[in-house]
Ligand binder design. Structure first.
Ligand code: NAD
Ligand code: ZN
Length: 366
Protein backbone atom coordinates (compact mmCIF):
# COMPACT_ATOMS: atom_id res chain seq x y z
CA UNK A 1 0.00 0.00 0.00
CA UNK A 2 1.63 3.20 -1.17
CA UNK A 3 0.67 6.87 -1.09
CA UNK A 4 2.61 9.42 -3.12
CA UNK A 5 3.19 12.96 -1.86
CA UNK A 6 3.20 14.96 -5.10
CA UNK A 7 5.76 17.70 -4.57
CA UNK A 8 7.70 17.61 -7.85
CA UNK A 9 11.37 16.93 -7.25
CA UNK A 10 10.71 16.85 -3.49
CA UNK A 11 7.97 14.25 -3.94
CA UNK A 12 8.15 10.94 -2.07
CA UNK A 13 6.35 7.70 -1.27
CA UNK A 14 4.66 6.67 1.95
CA UNK A 15 4.74 2.88 2.22
CA UNK A 16 2.13 1.43 4.56
CA UNK A 17 1.97 -2.20 5.63
CA UNK A 18 3.36 -5.09 7.64
CA UNK A 19 7.01 -6.09 7.79
CA UNK A 20 8.40 -2.81 6.51
CA UNK A 21 11.01 -2.55 9.30
CA UNK A 22 12.59 -5.75 7.98
CA UNK A 23 12.53 -4.33 4.45
CA UNK A 24 13.82 -0.86 5.39
CA UNK A 25 17.25 -1.52 3.86
CA UNK A 26 16.04 -2.68 0.46
CA UNK A 27 13.52 0.19 0.29
CA UNK A 28 15.96 2.91 1.39
CA UNK A 29 19.08 1.74 -0.48
CA UNK A 30 17.90 2.76 -4.00
CA UNK A 31 17.45 6.35 -2.77
CA UNK A 32 20.94 6.63 -1.38
CA UNK A 33 23.78 8.72 -2.74
CA UNK A 34 26.33 7.12 -0.42
CA UNK A 35 26.48 3.87 1.50
CA UNK A 36 26.10 5.01 5.10
CA UNK A 37 23.02 5.57 7.22
CA UNK A 38 22.64 7.20 10.63
CA UNK A 39 19.65 5.82 12.51
CA UNK A 40 18.26 8.10 15.21
CA UNK A 41 15.84 6.66 17.75
CA UNK A 42 14.85 6.87 21.42
CA UNK A 43 15.53 4.55 24.33
CA UNK A 44 12.05 3.01 24.31
CA UNK A 45 12.01 2.23 20.60
CA UNK A 46 15.67 1.13 20.37
CA UNK A 47 15.30 -2.15 22.29
CA UNK A 48 12.17 -2.96 20.26
CA UNK A 49 13.11 -2.17 16.67
CA UNK A 50 16.63 -0.79 16.19
CA UNK A 51 18.31 -4.15 15.55
CA UNK A 52 15.76 -5.11 12.89
CA UNK A 53 16.27 -1.88 10.99
CA UNK A 54 20.07 -1.98 11.22
CA UNK A 55 20.16 -5.61 10.08
CA UNK A 56 18.00 -4.84 7.06
CA UNK A 57 20.30 -1.93 6.17
CA UNK A 58 23.37 -4.18 6.45
CA UNK A 59 21.69 -6.84 4.31
CA UNK A 60 21.13 -4.17 1.65
CA UNK A 61 24.80 -3.19 1.72
CA UNK A 62 24.32 -0.02 3.76
CA UNK A 63 26.59 0.70 6.74
CA UNK A 64 24.40 1.75 9.69
CA UNK A 65 25.41 3.75 12.76
CA UNK A 66 22.98 4.88 15.43
CA UNK A 67 22.29 7.46 18.10
CA UNK A 68 19.80 6.73 20.89
CA UNK A 69 18.15 9.68 22.64
CA UNK A 70 15.97 9.74 25.76
CA UNK A 71 12.26 9.11 25.04
CA UNK A 72 9.87 12.00 25.66
CA UNK A 73 8.84 15.46 24.52
CA UNK A 74 11.67 17.12 26.46
CA UNK A 75 14.16 15.65 23.99
CA UNK A 76 12.86 18.06 21.34
CA UNK A 77 15.04 20.91 22.57
CA UNK A 78 18.21 22.86 21.76
CA UNK A 79 20.56 20.83 23.99
CA UNK A 80 19.49 17.53 22.40
CA UNK A 81 19.64 19.06 18.92
CA UNK A 82 23.20 20.16 19.58
CA UNK A 83 24.15 16.76 20.97
CA UNK A 84 22.56 15.05 17.97
CA UNK A 85 24.35 17.26 15.42
CA UNK A 86 27.58 16.67 17.30
CA UNK A 87 27.08 12.90 17.18
CA UNK A 88 26.29 13.11 13.46
CA UNK A 89 29.44 15.07 12.75
CA UNK A 90 31.51 12.77 14.97
CA UNK A 91 30.16 9.89 12.87
CA UNK A 92 31.63 11.70 9.85
CA UNK A 93 28.29 12.40 8.23
CA UNK A 94 28.63 13.52 4.59
CA UNK A 95 26.19 14.98 2.08
CA UNK A 96 25.50 11.44 0.86
CA UNK A 97 24.75 10.04 4.31
CA UNK A 98 21.13 8.98 4.82
CA UNK A 99 19.60 9.99 8.14
CA UNK A 100 16.86 7.67 9.40
CA UNK A 101 14.33 8.77 12.04
CA UNK A 102 13.02 5.66 13.83
CA UNK A 103 10.36 6.51 16.42
CA UNK A 104 7.43 8.76 17.21
CA UNK A 105 6.86 12.40 16.39
CA UNK A 106 9.51 13.58 18.82
CA UNK A 107 12.28 11.65 17.07
CA UNK A 108 10.85 12.54 13.65
CA UNK A 109 10.66 16.28 14.33
CA UNK A 110 14.08 16.53 15.98
CA UNK A 111 15.87 14.25 13.49
CA UNK A 112 14.22 15.94 10.52
CA UNK A 113 15.36 19.34 11.75
CA UNK A 114 18.89 18.07 12.36
CA UNK A 115 18.89 16.64 8.81
CA UNK A 116 17.65 19.99 7.49
CA UNK A 117 20.55 21.95 8.94
CA UNK A 118 23.37 19.40 8.99
CA UNK A 119 25.76 20.35 6.16
CA UNK A 120 22.93 22.67 4.96
CA UNK A 121 20.66 19.71 4.40
CA UNK A 122 21.05 15.94 4.07
CA UNK A 123 18.49 13.36 2.98
CA UNK A 124 16.36 11.66 5.59
CA UNK A 125 13.80 8.90 5.86
CA UNK A 126 10.96 8.67 8.35
CA UNK A 127 10.15 5.33 9.98
CA UNK A 128 7.26 6.38 12.26
CA UNK A 129 6.43 3.94 15.06
CA UNK A 130 3.49 5.67 16.76
CA UNK A 131 0.02 6.01 15.25
CA UNK A 132 0.30 9.79 15.57
CA UNK A 133 3.58 9.82 13.67
CA UNK A 134 2.26 7.43 10.98
CA UNK A 135 -0.88 9.44 10.24
CA UNK A 136 0.46 12.93 10.82
CA UNK A 137 3.92 14.05 11.87
CA UNK A 138 6.05 11.91 9.52
CA UNK A 139 4.30 13.32 6.44
CA UNK A 140 4.55 16.89 5.22
CA UNK A 141 8.06 18.00 6.06
CA UNK A 142 7.44 20.10 9.16
CA UNK A 143 10.41 19.58 11.45
CA UNK A 144 11.53 21.41 14.55
CA UNK A 145 12.06 21.72 18.26
CA UNK A 146 10.45 23.40 21.26
CA UNK A 147 11.91 26.40 23.07
CA UNK A 148 11.07 27.95 26.40
CA UNK A 149 8.83 30.34 24.50
CA UNK A 150 6.66 27.53 23.22
CA UNK A 151 6.33 24.40 21.14
CA UNK A 152 7.64 23.96 17.61
CA UNK A 153 8.78 27.59 17.40
CA UNK A 154 12.13 26.78 15.78
CA UNK A 155 12.29 24.51 12.78
CA UNK A 156 12.38 24.05 9.04
CA UNK A 157 10.39 22.61 6.19
CA UNK A 158 12.40 19.59 5.10
CA UNK A 159 10.62 16.80 3.26
CA UNK A 160 11.74 13.20 3.83
CA UNK A 161 12.80 11.06 0.86
CA UNK A 162 10.58 8.20 2.00
CA UNK A 163 8.16 7.31 4.81
CA UNK A 164 7.84 3.70 6.01
CA UNK A 165 4.77 3.15 8.20
CA UNK A 166 5.03 -0.40 9.53
CA UNK A 167 1.63 -1.21 11.01
CA UNK A 168 3.13 -4.05 13.04
CA UNK A 169 5.26 -1.58 15.02
CA UNK A 170 2.05 -0.24 16.56
CA UNK A 171 1.49 -3.53 18.42
CA UNK A 172 3.84 -2.46 21.23
CA UNK A 173 2.27 0.97 21.66
CA UNK A 174 0.18 1.47 24.80
CA UNK A 175 -3.51 2.14 24.48
CA UNK A 176 -3.34 5.74 25.61
CA UNK A 177 -0.82 6.56 22.87
CA UNK A 178 -2.92 4.70 20.29
CA UNK A 179 -6.00 6.74 21.24
CA UNK A 180 -4.06 9.98 21.11
CA UNK A 181 -2.97 9.14 17.56
CA UNK A 182 -6.49 8.07 16.69
CA UNK A 183 -7.74 11.60 17.43
CA UNK A 184 -5.67 12.80 14.45
CA UNK A 185 -7.21 10.04 12.31
CA UNK A 186 -10.75 11.23 13.12
CA UNK A 187 -9.56 14.75 12.34
CA UNK A 188 -9.24 13.91 8.64
CA UNK A 189 -12.85 12.74 8.56
CA UNK A 190 -14.13 15.90 10.19
CA UNK A 191 -11.99 18.16 7.99
CA UNK A 192 -13.34 17.09 4.60
CA UNK A 193 -14.18 13.39 4.42
CA UNK A 194 -17.57 12.51 5.87
CA UNK A 195 -17.54 9.01 4.32
CA UNK A 196 -14.28 8.30 6.17
CA UNK A 197 -15.89 9.46 9.42
CA UNK A 198 -18.78 7.07 8.74
CA UNK A 199 -16.23 4.29 8.10
CA UNK A 200 -14.59 5.11 11.43
CA UNK A 201 -17.93 4.90 13.21
CA UNK A 202 -18.06 1.27 12.04
CA UNK A 203 -14.35 0.42 12.24
CA UNK A 204 -12.75 2.85 14.70
CA UNK A 205 -13.01 0.41 17.58
CA UNK A 206 -11.09 -2.18 15.53
CA UNK A 207 -8.44 0.44 14.72
CA UNK A 208 -7.98 1.28 18.39
CA UNK A 209 -8.15 -2.35 19.56
CA UNK A 210 -5.33 -3.43 17.26
CA UNK A 211 -6.89 -4.94 14.14
CA UNK A 212 -4.07 -4.72 11.57
CA UNK A 213 -6.30 -4.54 8.50
CA UNK A 214 -8.35 -1.72 9.98
CA UNK A 215 -5.20 0.07 11.11
CA UNK A 216 -3.59 -0.18 7.69
CA UNK A 217 -6.75 1.20 6.11
CA UNK A 218 -7.01 4.08 8.60
CA UNK A 219 -3.34 4.99 8.17
CA UNK A 220 -3.61 4.86 4.38
CA UNK A 221 -6.68 7.11 4.21
CA UNK A 222 -5.12 9.53 6.70
CA UNK A 223 -1.84 9.70 4.78
CA UNK A 224 -3.70 10.21 1.51
CA UNK A 225 -5.57 13.13 3.06
CA UNK A 226 -2.46 14.69 4.51
CA UNK A 227 -0.49 14.13 1.27
CA UNK A 228 -3.21 15.83 -0.76
CA UNK A 229 -3.39 18.86 1.54
CA UNK A 230 0.41 19.19 1.77
CA UNK A 231 0.77 18.92 -2.02
CA UNK A 232 -1.77 21.73 -2.44
CA UNK A 233 -0.11 23.98 0.13
CA UNK A 234 3.35 22.83 1.23
CA UNK A 235 4.18 25.87 3.36
CA UNK A 236 0.79 26.53 4.93
CA UNK A 237 -0.21 29.65 3.05
CA UNK A 238 -3.83 28.48 3.01
CA UNK A 239 -5.63 25.11 3.08
CA UNK A 240 -2.89 23.36 5.06
CA UNK A 241 -4.14 25.32 8.06
CA UNK A 242 -7.24 23.08 8.03
CA UNK A 243 -4.98 20.41 9.54
CA UNK A 244 -4.98 22.58 12.65
CA UNK A 245 -8.60 21.62 13.36
CA UNK A 246 -8.88 21.33 17.15
CA UNK A 247 -5.29 22.43 17.55
CA UNK A 248 -5.69 26.08 18.56
CA UNK A 249 -7.96 25.00 21.41
CA UNK A 250 -5.95 21.87 22.13
CA UNK A 251 -2.76 23.85 22.23
CA UNK A 252 -4.21 26.16 24.89
CA UNK A 253 -5.10 23.12 27.02
CA UNK A 254 -1.62 21.65 26.56
CA UNK A 255 -0.04 24.97 27.49
CA UNK A 256 -2.07 25.01 30.72
CA UNK A 257 -0.78 21.55 31.62
CA UNK A 258 2.77 22.55 30.70
CA UNK A 259 2.86 20.07 27.79
CA UNK A 260 3.23 17.29 30.35
CA UNK A 261 1.95 13.71 30.33
CA UNK A 262 -1.11 14.98 32.16
CA UNK A 263 -2.58 15.63 28.73
CA UNK A 264 -1.20 14.01 25.57
CA UNK A 265 -1.27 16.08 22.38
CA UNK A 266 -3.88 13.83 20.77
CA UNK A 267 -6.11 13.98 23.84
CA UNK A 268 -5.93 17.77 23.77
CA UNK A 269 -6.74 17.74 20.05
CA UNK A 270 -9.77 15.52 20.67
CA UNK A 271 -11.13 18.03 23.18
CA UNK A 272 -10.14 20.84 20.86
CA UNK A 273 -12.19 19.37 18.01
CA UNK A 274 -15.19 19.13 20.32
CA UNK A 275 -14.63 22.79 21.19
CA UNK A 276 -14.42 23.80 17.52
CA UNK A 277 -17.67 21.96 16.78
CA UNK A 278 -19.41 23.34 19.86
CA UNK A 279 -18.50 26.85 18.83
CA UNK A 280 -19.66 26.14 15.28
CA UNK A 281 -23.02 24.89 16.58
CA UNK A 282 -23.32 27.80 18.99
CA UNK A 283 -22.78 30.26 16.12
CA UNK A 284 -25.47 28.52 14.10
CA UNK A 285 -22.98 27.31 11.50
CA UNK A 286 -23.27 23.56 12.10
CA UNK A 287 -26.16 21.30 13.11
CA UNK A 288 -26.11 20.08 16.72
CA UNK A 289 -26.62 16.54 15.45
CA UNK A 290 -23.11 16.52 13.96
CA UNK A 291 -21.58 17.54 17.29
CA UNK A 292 -23.56 14.76 18.98
CA UNK A 293 -22.35 12.27 16.39
CA UNK A 294 -18.71 13.16 17.02
CA UNK A 295 -19.19 13.01 20.78
CA UNK A 296 -20.84 9.60 20.52
CA UNK A 297 -17.95 8.31 18.43
CA UNK A 298 -15.32 9.65 20.82
CA UNK A 299 -17.14 8.03 23.75
CA UNK A 300 -17.41 4.74 21.85
CA UNK A 301 -13.65 4.50 21.31
CA UNK A 302 -12.59 6.08 24.61
CA UNK A 303 -11.55 9.60 23.62
CA UNK A 304 -12.38 12.49 25.96
CA UNK A 305 -15.19 14.92 25.12
CA UNK A 306 -14.94 17.12 28.21
CA UNK A 307 -12.03 18.79 29.96
CA UNK A 308 -10.34 16.72 32.67
CA UNK A 309 -11.76 17.44 36.11
CA UNK A 310 -9.38 18.01 38.99
CA UNK A 311 -7.91 21.13 37.47
CA UNK A 312 -9.19 24.66 37.44
CA UNK A 313 -9.54 25.77 33.82
CA UNK A 314 -9.56 29.55 33.61
CA UNK A 315 -11.08 31.16 30.54
CA UNK A 316 -8.80 34.24 30.43
CA UNK A 317 -5.75 32.03 30.58
CA UNK A 318 -7.02 29.81 27.77
CA UNK A 319 -7.76 32.90 25.67
CA UNK A 320 -4.27 34.23 26.34
CA UNK A 321 -2.70 30.95 25.16
CA UNK A 322 -4.73 31.09 21.98
CA UNK A 323 -3.48 34.61 21.29
CA UNK A 324 0.08 33.34 21.64
CA UNK A 325 -0.42 30.70 18.95
CA UNK A 326 1.84 30.61 15.85
CA UNK A 327 -1.21 30.99 13.65
CA UNK A 328 -2.00 34.50 14.90
CA UNK A 329 -1.70 37.29 12.35
CA UNK A 330 -2.34 40.98 13.16
CA UNK A 331 -3.46 39.85 16.62
CA UNK A 332 -6.25 37.77 15.09
CA UNK A 333 -6.49 34.02 15.53
CA UNK A 334 -7.32 31.86 12.51
CA UNK A 335 -9.95 29.34 13.59
CA UNK A 336 -10.82 26.08 11.93
CA UNK A 337 -14.59 25.81 12.20
CA UNK A 338 -17.05 23.41 10.57
CA UNK A 339 -20.41 23.53 8.86
CA UNK A 340 -20.65 19.90 9.84
CA UNK A 341 -18.66 16.68 9.66
CA UNK A 342 -16.48 16.83 6.56
CA UNK A 343 -17.10 20.54 6.04
CA UNK A 344 -14.42 22.46 7.88
CA UNK A 345 -13.30 25.93 6.88
CA UNK A 346 -10.98 28.73 8.03
CA UNK A 347 -12.20 31.96 9.55
CA UNK A 348 -10.75 34.88 11.42
CA UNK A 349 -14.17 36.18 12.40
CA UNK A 350 -15.18 34.61 15.69
CA UNK A 351 -16.82 36.95 18.20
CA UNK A 352 -14.77 36.91 21.39
CA UNK A 353 -17.88 36.82 23.60
CA UNK A 354 -19.12 33.63 21.90
CA UNK A 355 -15.67 32.11 22.19
CA UNK A 356 -15.48 32.97 25.89
CA UNK A 357 -18.97 31.57 26.47
CA UNK A 358 -18.04 28.25 24.89
CA UNK A 359 -14.81 28.08 26.91
CA UNK A 360 -16.73 28.84 30.12
CA UNK A 361 -19.11 25.95 29.43
CA UNK A 362 -16.20 23.58 28.82
CA UNK A 363 -14.35 24.88 31.88
CA UNK A 364 -17.43 24.15 33.98
CA UNK A 365 -17.16 20.52 32.87
CA UNK A 366 -20.23 20.66 30.63
P1 NAD B 1 6.59 10.44 21.00
O1 NAD B 1 7.55 10.47 19.90
O2 NAD B 1 7.00 11.03 22.29
O3 NAD B 1 6.12 8.94 21.25
C1 NAD B 1 5.29 8.63 22.34
C2 NAD B 1 5.92 7.54 23.24
O4 NAD B 1 5.80 6.28 22.59
C3 NAD B 1 7.40 7.74 23.50
O5 NAD B 1 7.68 7.38 24.82
C4 NAD B 1 8.06 6.73 22.56
O6 NAD B 1 9.31 6.28 23.04
C5 NAD B 1 7.06 5.62 22.56
N1 NAD B 1 7.04 4.78 21.37
C6 NAD B 1 7.23 5.16 20.08
N2 NAD B 1 6.99 4.13 19.26
C7 NAD B 1 6.67 3.08 20.04
C8 NAD B 1 6.30 1.72 19.76
N3 NAD B 1 6.18 1.28 18.51
N4 NAD B 1 6.03 0.92 20.80
C9 NAD B 1 6.12 1.37 22.07
N5 NAD B 1 6.42 2.63 22.39
C10 NAD B 1 6.70 3.48 21.38
O7 NAD B 1 5.21 11.17 20.63
P2 NAD B 1 4.26 11.15 19.35
O8 NAD B 1 2.90 11.18 19.88
O9 NAD B 1 4.63 10.11 18.38
O10 NAD B 1 4.60 12.54 18.65
C11 NAD B 1 4.37 13.76 19.32
C12 NAD B 1 5.24 14.83 18.72
O11 NAD B 1 4.92 14.96 17.34
C13 NAD B 1 5.06 16.20 19.33
O12 NAD B 1 6.33 16.74 19.62
C14 NAD B 1 4.37 17.00 18.24
O13 NAD B 1 4.72 18.37 18.28
C15 NAD B 1 4.88 16.35 17.01
N6 NAD B 1 4.04 16.53 15.84
C16 NAD B 1 4.61 16.97 14.71
C17 NAD B 1 3.87 17.14 13.56
C18 NAD B 1 4.53 17.56 12.31
O14 NAD B 1 3.84 17.86 11.32
N7 NAD B 1 5.83 17.60 12.25
C19 NAD B 1 2.50 16.85 13.56
C20 NAD B 1 1.93 16.40 14.74
C21 NAD B 1 2.71 16.23 15.88
ZN1 ZN C 1 -1.66 17.27 16.03
Amino acid sequence: NCVRVELGERGYDIQIGQGLLERAGELIQPLMRGNRALVITDDRVAPLYLERVEKSLLDAGVMPMHTVLPAGERTKDFPHLEALLDAMLAAKAERGTMVVALGGGVIGDLTGFAAAILLRGVDFVQIPTTLLAQVDSSVGGKTGINTRHGKNLVGAFHQPRLVLADIGALDTLDRRQVLAGYAEVVKYGIIDDEPFFTWLEANGKAVVDGDSEARAQAVAVSCRAKARIVAADEREGGVRALLNLGHTFGHALEAETGFSDELLHGEAVAMGMIMALRLSVQLGLAPATDLERVKRHFEAVGLPTTLPAGRLWEVPRLLAHMQGDKKVRDGKVTFVMAKGIGQSFLTREVPEAELAAMLAEMAAGR
